[in-house]
Design a protein around this ligand. Structure first.
Ligand code: MOS
Length: 732
C-alpha cells in the first residue's frame, strides 16, 4: 500500500482497541523472567560453548604479536579466533569501524580476539593468558583540539538522511549585527553511553552453510544484511532472531561485535557459541553519542521577534564517520528570516560516534533551549511568551512547506497552566525552601517524525485467531501490544485473539525500532496487511460490497453477517503487504512537538540538584496506546534528567578511551533521582503521516528535558551553566 494522500476515514478511527490504555501483552513474560533473551536460549542450543571477547588495549596502532599458546592449552579451551585467522572480513554498511580489529587497531576495546571454551569461566580464565604486544600510534582524542582544523561537513545524519554542510536563509551576519538584542553563547555536551541493561549478546548456530543468530538488535534487516556482508556470505543464508531486547537506545541499531564473534567462534569450534559482551567492554566497544560544542547566536528586535538565528555544532568521529546532527531542530522550531546552521566534524580516534537516544535533537535541544531562555531574559520577556511570539506554522527555510500539524503553542500554554507557571518568580535565586533554592524551568520539545517502509504478514487461522508476523522489534517499547491492537481493530477481534510474532528475519521486513519511527510505521505496515486480509476474507465469502464491517468476530455487509471462524473454515487465509510512502512527507513537514516543565531544588550549601516535579505535554498525532506512550515519555524524561545532571563519559585524552566504562562509573538516574512525573497528550490525529494517523512520541519525551532542567537550575540559583552535565562543582 502506497500512502500518497491524506488518510481518510478508516477502521482504525473506531478506536475500540487502538487508542486505549492497554496493558503490555509481553508484560507477564518480562516480569516473571520467562521471556528468554539471546543469552538464555538454552533450548535452542543445549551444547553451546562460551565466548569471551578480548578488546584492544590501545586506542590506535598495530598488533605487533599475539601469543596464544598458553591460552590454547588452558582447561576447556576449544578455540581462539583472531583477525588473522578470520581472514579478511568485510565491513558492513552501518558501522564506520570494523567489528574485528587487527593487525590495525582503530579504537580502544575494539574486538581483536575471541576465546571459546566449554564454560564461561574457562573462557574468561584462558583469555587472561593471551599475550598481545602492540605498537601504539599517536591519536587525536581531544574534541576541542580536533575542531580547530575540522572542516564544515554534510556527512550522514544519524538516521541515514543526508544533511547539507551549511544552510543559509537570508543574511544572517548583517541581521544579527543589526539586532538590538543579541545572544552569542557556546554550550557543550559530553560523550554519552547507551548503558542499556542487556549487553550485546548473541548465540550463533551453524547448520552447514546456514547461520542462525539469536541476538539483541533493533533493526533485524540491517543486522542480517551486515552480518552476511561482514562474513562474505549470501544474506539468504543468514537468519537473525531477536524477539526480546533488554534496551537498545540506539546502541543496537547496528550489527555489533558479539554477533560477528559468535558466528566466527561457532564456525571455528563446530559448536553453537554464545557471547554476552563483558560489561567493562560495553562503553568503548560500542558506538556512543559523541560530545558536541554548540555555538548559538540569536538576534531579536526589542519586541521579541527573532531576526537572526544561527546554530553551529561541532562533534568528532572516526575517519569516515558522520557528525552529530545537533542543528536539526534549529532549522524548524522558530521563525526568523535570517538563518544559518552548520556542522563541523573532527576526526577522532575515540570509539565510533553514532545514534543514541534521539540523536541530533536530544543534544541540539539541550543547547538551543537554554539559548532561548537566555535570550528571553535579555529581552525581559517570559520564556514561554518569547517562544510563542516566534512560533511558525511553516518550515522557516522553505515557507511553502507547512507542518502537517504543529501544536507547540498549545503544549506550552496547557503546560504552563497545569504546572502553575504563573507562580514562578522570573528573577533568579529568590525562592527558598529550607536549605533548597527552588526554581522552575521550561523548554520546548521537538523531534522529527520519519516515514519508513514497513511490512507485515497477517493470517486468519481456522480457530478464528489472527497471527501477525513482522521483523519489527520490541526493545521494551510496547511493539507487541500496539501491533496486537492494530490487528484487533482492523479484523474486529479482541486483542486476546491476536498472536504477534516479532524480530525474526524470516518475517517481512519492517521499519524496525529507532528514531521514534517504530510504532507509527510498523503499525501502518500491519494496517496495510490487514486491509489485504479483509479483502481476502470478503472475496472468499463472496461479499461484493466494499463496504464491510469487521467487528465482534464477524464480517458484515448489508444484512449478511459471517463469523471469521467460518471464513477460515476451509483453510487459513494469509495476506502480506507493506506500507510505502509517496511525496506527502515532502509536501508537509512531519514533526512532533511538546513542552517540558521542571521544578528543581538546588542545595544552597553543596550545589546538589534534586528534581522536584516534572511535566511533559506532547502533541504527536494519534496516541496508539496512552499507557505505553506514557511509559515511553516518562522513560525519556528520565534520560533527560540523566543528560542534564549526571551522564558523562570521561575521556582519557592521553590514551584515548572512556575511563568510566561500566555501570558503576557511568551514572544514570535511579528511582530516587526522579520525582513526580506527569505526561499529557494533546488530542491529535495526523492524517498526513500514515493511515494510523500516528507519529513517533518516545524520543519527543527526551528532546528538551535537559534544557528545562538547566533553565530551572538557573532560575533557582542565578548561575548559568552551559557545560553539561550540571554537576555541583560548576556552581562555584
Ligand atoms: Mo534510537 S537512538 O534512533 O535507537
Amino acid at each position: 500500500m502506497k500512502f500518497t494522500e491524506p488518510a481518510g476515514a478508516n477502521p482504525i478511527d473506531r478506536m475500540t482497541v487502538v487508542g486505549r490504555p492497554q496493558d503490555r501483552i509481553d508484560g507477564p513474560r518480562k516480569t516473571t523472567g520467562t521471556a528468554p533473551y539471546a543469552y538464555e536460549r538454552h533450548a535452542e542450543a543445549p551444547n553451546a560453548a562460551y565466548g569471551w571477547i578480548i578488546g584492544a588495549a590501545i586506542a590506535k596502532g598495530r598488533i605487533r604479536s599475539m601469543n596464544l599458546d598458553d591460552a590454547r592449552g588452558a582447561p576447556g579451551v576449544l578455540g581462539i579466533v583472531t583477525a588473522v585467522e578470520a581472514g579478511k572480513l568485510n565491513k558492513g554498511d552501518f558501522n564506520t569501524v570494523k567489528l574485528l580489529g587487527g593487525p590495525e587497531v582503530d579504537h580502544y576495546h575494539q574486538a581483536v580476539a575471541i576465546v571459546v571454551a566449554e564454560s564461561f569461566e574457562q573462557a574468561r580464565a584462558a583469555a587472561g593468558l593471551v599475550r598481545i604486544d602492540y605498537d601504539r600510534a599517536k591519536g587525536q582524542y581531544d574534541l576541542a583540539e580536533g575542531l580547530k582544523t575540522a572542516p564544515l561537513t554534510g556527512g550522514d545524519s544519524n538516521e541515514g538522511s543526508k544533511a547539507p554542510a551549511a544552510d543559509r536563509t537570508g543574511k544572517f551576519e548583517s541581521a544579527f549585527n543589526a539586532a538590538p538584542v543579541q545572544l552569542d553563547a557556546t554550550y557543550t555536551t559530553p560523550d554519552h553511553s547507551h548503558a542499556m541493561m542487556e549487553p550485546f549478546a548473541s548465540l550463533a548456530i551453524w547448520d552447514g552453510d546456514q547461520l542462525t543468530v539469536w541476538t539483541s538488535n533493533q533493526m533485524i534487516a540491517w543486522g542480517r544484511g551486515d552480518l552476511a556482508k561482514t562474513l562474505g556470505m549470501p544474506k539468504e543464508n543468514v537468519r537473525l532472531i531477536s524477539p526480546y531486547v533488554g534496551g537498545g537506545f540506539g546502541g543496537k541499531l547496528f550489527l555489533r561485535a558479539d554477533a560477528v564473534m559468535a558466528a566466527l567462534g561457532a564456525k571455528a569450534v563446530g559448536r553453537p557459541v554464545k557471547i554476552a559482551m563483558q560489561r567493562p567492554l560495553m562503553a568503548n566497544n560500542a558506538t556512543h553519542r559523541p560530545a558536541t560544542v554548540q555555538r548559538i547566536r540569536i538576534g531579536a528586535s526589542k519586541d521579541g521577534t527573532i531576526q537572526a538565528i544561527a546554530h553551529e555544532s561541532g562533534s568528532g568521529d572516526q575517519p569516515g564517520g558522520g557528525p552529530e546532527t545537533a542543528v536539526n531542530q534549529t532549522k524548524l522550531l522558530y521563525a526568523g528570516p535570517n538563518r544559518l546552521t552548520a556542522m563541523r566534524l573532527a576526526v577522532l580516534n575515540l570509539p565510533e560516534g553514532n545514534a543514541m537516544r534521539a540523536p541530533g535533537e536530544a543534544p541540539g535541544m539541550m543547547a538551543l533551549e537554554i539559548a532561548m531562555d537566555e535570550t528571553a531574559e535579555k529581552l525581559g520577556m517570559d520564556p514561554i511568551a518569547f517562544r510563542v511570539k516566534n512560533d511558525t506554522q511553516v518550515d522557516p527555510e522553505k515557507p511553502d512547506r507547512h507542518f502537517s500539524q504543529r501544536q507547540l503553542v498549545r503544549c506550552l500554554e496547557e503546560g504552563a497552566q497545569r504546572f502553575g507557571w504563573a507562580q514562578r518568580n522570573a528573577k533568579p535565586a529568590q525562592v527558598r525552601d529550607g536549605r533548597w533554592l527552588v526554581g522552575m524551568g521550561v523548554a520546548a520539545a521537538f523531534r522529527n517524525h520519519i516515514n519508513m517502509k514497513s511490512g507485515a504478514r497477517v493470517t486468519l487461522n481456522k480457530d478464528g485467531r489472527v497471527v501477525v508476523e513482522t521483523d519489527m522489534t520490541d526493545i521494551g517499547t510496547g511493539s507487541y501490544t500496539i501491533i496486537a491492537q492494530t490487528a484487533a481493530e482492523m479484523m474486529g477481534v479482541p486483542m486476546g485473539a491476536v498472536d504477534v510474532r516479532l524480530g525474526d528475519s524470516d518475517y517481512p521486513v519492517s521499519a524496525g525500532s529507532g528514531g521514534q519511527f517504530g510504532a507509527a510505521n510498523a503499525t501502518a505496515g500491519v494496517y496495510a496487511a490487514c486491509v489485504k486480509l479483509r479483502e481476502a476474507v470478503a472475496q472468499r465469502l463472496g461479499f461484493n460490497s466494499a463496504d464491510l464491517t469487521f467487528a465482534d468476530g464477524q464480517v458484515t455487509g448489508g444484512n449478511r453477517s459471517v463469523s471469521l471462524r467460518d471464513a477460515a473454515a476451509s483453510g487459513p487465509l494469509t495476506a502480506e503487504d507493506r506500507i510505502e510512502f509517496g511525496d506527502l512527507g515532502k509536501t508537509y513537514q512531519l514533526s512532533t512537538f511538546g513542552a517540558h516543565f521542571v521544578e528543581v531544588g538546588v542545595d544552597a550549601y553543596t550545589g546538589v540538584t534534586r528534581l522536584r516535579r516534572m511535566l511533559a505535554v506532547c502533541a504527536a498525532g494519534r496516541i496508539l496506546n496512552p499507557k505505553a506512550a506514557r511509559s515511553q515519555v516518562i522513560g525519556a524524561m528520565t534520560m533527560g534528567v540523566g543528560s542534564a545532571l549526571m551522564e558523562e563519559l570521561a575521556v582519557d585524552k592521553r590514551f584515548g578511551f572512556f575511563v568510566n566504562h561500566d555501570l558503576a562509573g557511568y551514572e544514570v538516574p535511579v528511582h530516587a533521582d526522579i520525582p513526580h512525573q506527569e505526561v499529557i497528550f494533546l488530542e491529535e490525529a495526523d492524517d498526513k503521516a500514515n493511515p494510523m494517523k500516528a507519529k513517533g512520541v518516545g524520543e519527543l519525551g527526551l528532546c528538551g528535558v535537559g534544557a528545562a532542567v538547566a533553565n530551572a537550575v538557573y532560575n533557582a540559583t542565578g548561575v548559568r551553566i552551559r557545560d553539561y552535565p550540571l554537576t555541583l562543582e560548576k556552581h562555584l
